[in-house]
Design a protein around this ligand. Structure first.
Ligand code: HEM
Length: 141
């Protein structure tokens, strides 16, 4: 007797292919994917711009009294604070996501649900700390 499972023909399986560039805006990236992209963006941001900026500020702060004044003017201006805040966010996100990846590397929290909630924790902690530092930086307390 024929196997009833074969009667209806082979099951049509869903196909998962790489998306086309035109589909990027409609693609719903999972939370872990957002954390992953931001981890790369924050790493590149710190390496390419954050390090040179910090070295520039450090040099300005120690070269002379005049350069120290210009250092103070840069870090005291609203634009300078905003730029610093971007690097602070990059560092906090990269740090929190980096800890998550190191834990995943030793097989902690690899279940789908756990990975989803740890991605939420990374975003929540890094954004909350950034917001607190922003309030401090702009003199709210
Ligand atoms: C604060 C402590 C840090 C931790 C815990 C950390 C952790 C990590 C980890 C685990 C990875 C590998 C991620 C993966 O498996 O794909 C990584 C990648 C990377 N990190 Fe860090 N990192 C830290 C600080 C930094 C700093 C200060 C910079 C730059 C100045 C930086 C730049 C990068 C870059 C460029 C990558 C490669 C990103 C990519 O191509 O996806 N990291 N980091």
């Amino acid at each position: 007797m024929a196997d009833p499972a074969l009667k209806s023909g082979p099951r049509v399986r869903p196909q998962h292919r790489n998306i086309h560039v035109s589909q990027i805006l409609h693609y719903r990236l999972p939370l872990a994917g957002v954390v992953s992209i931001l981890h790369r963006v924050s790493g590149a941001l710190m390496f390419l711009f954050g390090l040179p900026f910090m070295l520039y500020l450090f040099q300005q702060s120690i070269t002379s009294e005049l350069s120290f004044d210009s250092y103070r003017a840069v870090v005291g201006s609203p634009l300078g604070k905003l730029v610093l805040l971007v690097f602070i966010w990059a560092y906090l996100h990269h740090f929190c996501a980096g800890i998550r990846y190191l834990l995943l590397d030793i097989h902690v929290g690899t279940d789908k649900d756990q990975a989803k909630s740890s991605a939420g924790v990374v975003l929540g902690v890094s954004l909350t700390l950034t917001a607190l530092i922003a309030l401090k930086l702009f003199g709210a307390f």
